[in-house]
Structures are given as C-alpha cells and as structure tokens.
Design a protein around this ligand. Structure first.
Ligand code: NAD
Length: 254
C-alpha cells in the first residue's frame, strides 16, 4: 500500500476530485483528514471511506480563515501526531472576461484559490519541517498555462498557485518537503456541471466544444486526477520537486 500509516489532509474533499482522492488515499492505507466547508458532504466522504474499511475523520474549516485552519491543524496534530501529506485541493470557479468581473468576485476567487493554499500550508509546514518529511500537492489547472475564454480571475488564481508551488519548493526542499502542482484539464465534477449550467445556454454544446479542445476527445474523471495526486503524495514521486503535473487529456496541446 502506497500510503500506509500516512496522515493525509485533503482540503475540499467533500466533493469531486477531493472526495475521489480521499477514497483512493484511504484505500492505499492512509488516514484521511477530510476537510470541507460543507459539513454534510464532508461527513459523507468519511462514511464512504469507513464503509470501505478505511480510516478517516472530518474537520470543517474554511481554508481562507487562518483561525479555523489553525484550530483544525492543531487538533489533527494532537490526535495523529503528524501530517505527512497536504493536498490543497479546495477551489471555486470564476467566469468572465476581465471587464465583466466585479472586484468582489475577483477577490473571492483569489481568496479561495490562492489564499486557500497559503493558509493551510502556513500552518502545516512547521510540523513537516520539524519531522523532516512532507509532500504538499497544490491544485492548479491547465488554465495556468493556456488561455481559455472568459476565465480571467480563475486563470490568474491558478497561475499564482503554480508560481507559489515553485517558490515553496525552493524554500522547503532542504527540510525533506516536496511541493508539486496538479494541472487538470476539464474534469467532470459538480464544479464543472455548475459552471456549464450557469455560463452557457446550451451546456451540451459547451461539453462538445470542451471535448474537442482536449486531444483525448473526452472530459476527464475525478479518478484520473486522484491517481495523479496519489503518485505525488507517495514516495514513488520522490524525485519530483516543484513540478507541474498535467492531467488534461492533452488540453495544453489541443
Ligand atoms: P468541487 O466543487 O466538486 O469540489 C470543491 C470542494 O471545495 C467543495 O466540496 C467545496 O465545498 C470545497 N470548498 C470550497 N471553498 C472552500 C473553502 N473556503 N474551504 C473549504 N472547502 C471549500 O470541485 P472540483 O472540480 O472537485 O475541484 C477541486 C479543485 O480542482 C479546485 O481547486 C478546482 O479549481 C480544481 N480544478 C478542477 C477542474 C475541473 O475541471 N473540475 C479542472 C482544473 C482544476
């Protein structure tokens, strides 16, 4: 088992990619700390893991709120002693060309997608530094590298996450901590379903055009990203440091 005896914290794991990663990490022997804002969904992820014989606990916290995240991490350390893997996955969509984006929408997207990586990392890192071990996975997006229509705030936020990943890697490599980024293409999750519903008169036509953009001709599934997250979480990726890992069906080439 690739994560035997590892304590793994996954933010936003009440849904989509986070939930799928939580289930897979647990199957690989990890104790999974499920974090989400949404209590019902977070608890459901824990129940699914336990029903499959895995180990998990739910902690509600808003990843943008320093106090709530610090409390969660203090409790996890008290109970489990260490956090080996932090998967900064929580995030939201942001739609609109720059002139269409209201300043408060911009702030919300940057807050959750970028500050939401900074805050959990800030409070987990000292524990990883003390133990001399850790893998941090930051959720970026292929939008960090390719221009997509009407994704100004979202693209900016995911570009910032990629740059932050590289800065973090340089600062913490000497502590035995690896920091890598995931760059998914379009993955079929509630996040994408809502985005399509709210942004297009004809969501089916939008899906067809997204499929054309990805060389695979298909949307990705949460499990595709979870498999990549498992690789980055485990020691199998020990020679990957500060790297962007694409799981995009070839979107960056499409
Ligand atoms: P999702 O909406 O299914 O899940 C996101 C989860 O994050 C939700 O459960 C939500 O409650 C939680 N969350 C939101 N704000 C939070 C906060 N402040 N504190 C704690 N939890 C919070 O979305 P998903 O598609 O699984 O996306 C997960 C991540 O992957 C996001 O960062 C997203 O930007 C990124 N991503 C998704 C795609 C895609 O196509 N689905 C592509 C590239 C990157």
């Amino acid at each position: 088992m690739r994560l035997q005896d590892k304590v793994t914290l996954i933010t936003g794991s009440g849904s989509g990619i986070g939930r799928s990663s939580a289930l897979l990490f647990a199957k690989e022997g990890a104790t999974v700390i499920v974090n989400d804002l949404n209590i019902e969904n977070g608890q459901e992820t824990v129940e699914l893991i336990k029903a499959a014989g895995g180990k998990a606990a739910f902690f509600q916290a808003d990843v943008t709120n320093a106090e709530s995240v610090k409390t969660m991490i203090d409790q996890v350390i008290d109970e489990y002693g260490q956090i080996h893997v932090l998967f900064n996955n929580a995030g939201i969509s942001g739609v609109g060309a720059l002139h269409e984006v209201e300043p408060d929408q911009w702030d919300r997207v940057m807050n959750i997608n970028v500050k939401g990586v900074f805050i959990p990392s800030k409070y987990v890192l000292p524990h990883m530094m003390e133990k001399g071990y850790g893998s941090i996975i930051n959720m970026s997006s292929c939008v960090a590298e390719i221009g997509l229509a009407r994704r100004a705030s979202y693209g900016a936020s995911k570009g910032a996450v990629l740059a932050l990943t590289k800065s973090m890697q340089v600062d913490y490599a000497s502590y035995g901590i690896r920091v890598n980024a995931l760059l998914p293409g379009t993955i079929f999750t509630p996040f994408v379903e809502n985005y399509l519903k709210n942004s297009y008169d004809d969501p089916e036509a939008a899906i067809a055009s997204i499929k054309l953009r990805q060389l695979s001709g298909e949307l990705g599934m949460p499990e595709d990203v979870a498999n990549a997250a498992l690789f980055l979480a485990s020691d199998e990726s020990k020679f990957m440091m500060g790297s962007p890992l694409y799981i995009d069906g070839g979107a960056v080439f499409g």
